[in-house]
Design a protein around this ligand. Structure first.
Ligand code: SF4
Ligand code: FES
Length: 250
């Protein structure tokens, strides 16, 4: 198929950036979206032009590295699908496709389609972990967890930290991401010792990074490739309230 691509090109964080149009001819419908960009880049390199910079790693929908706004939708038109798992058969011969980076104050553009998502790492470092005492590993059967809680924790843990939720939110809110991380650990006994500290520190770091607040638009849930539910945000708010009261009493 032959496509017209309109791609955001930006040399660096200081550059103003602009949309540049490319003809992408003879694209196989079996290619993934990123393979299509690989082909375009090979052609640009052959012409001594700067290839388009874009993030990717696993290309299996599990690492969270890929991050493209495709025709204005984070990760493109397929529900519950990362950019790397999107295939060109989803488009038609002659289509125009607009490709842009995530746009949010807390995700500054580094080059072309790559943004700096270090803010997510710093939120995770602020509290998204459990401390494990040295010594022999406890027997798994010593930590019985109800099946329902296991399932809820697993669903929250499915977040791959891609940032599509932020990019699709008009407020640039990171609440779906942060709430998934807080809920995951708050639901498990392993997360209990640091439960209050975690909720306070991660929310504080989220605010410091310049993310906006949630105003219940649900755009985040609509584009999340792992279908993380906004009920996690309600859970995070309860965890934060509980932690604030806990600390106020001390
Ligand atoms: S909540 Fe969904 S959209 Fe947001 S970072 Fe996690 S996987 Fe990506
Ligand atoms: S490249 Fe890893 S999720 Fe897309």
């Amino acid at each position: 198929m032959d496509l017209k691509l309109h791609v955001w090109r930006q040399k660096n964080g200081q550059d103003q950036g602009k949309m540049v149009s490319y003809d992408a001819k003879d694209i196989s419908p079996d290619m993934s979206f990123l393979e299509m960009l690989d082909v375009l880049n090979e052609r640009l390199i052959a012409k001594n032009e700067d290839p388009i910079a874009f993030d990717h790693d696993c290309r299996e929908g599990i690492c969270g590295a890929c991050s493209l706004m495709i025709n204005g939708v984070a990760h493109g038109p397929d529900k519950g699908t990362t950019t790397c798992q999107l295939h060109m058969r989803r488009f038609k011969n002659g289509d125009s496709i607009f490709i842009e980076p995530w746009r949010a104050r807390a995700f500054p553009v580094l080059k072309d389609l790559i943004v700096d998502r270090g803010s997510f790492d710093r939120i995770q470092q602020a509290g998204g972990f459990v401390s494990v005492g040295a010594g022999g590993a406890p027997d798994a059967n010593c930590l019985p967890i109800p099946k329902e809680k296991c399932d809820q924790a697993f669903d929250s843990a499915a977040c791959i930290g891609c940032g599509a939720c932020v990019a699709s939110c008009k407020n640039g809110s990171a609440m779906l991401f942060v709430s998934a991380k807080i809920s995951h650990l708050a639901l498990l006994p392993q997360g209990e010792p640091e439960r209050e500290r975690r909720a306070l520190m991660m929310v504080q770091q989220m605010d410091q990074e310049g993310f906006g607040n949630c105003t219940n638009q649900y755009e985040c849930e609509a584009v999340c490739p792992k279908e993380i539910k906004v009920t996690n945000i309600a859970h995070m708010n309860r965890e934060f309230m509980r932690a604030s009261l806990f600390h106020a009493e001390k």
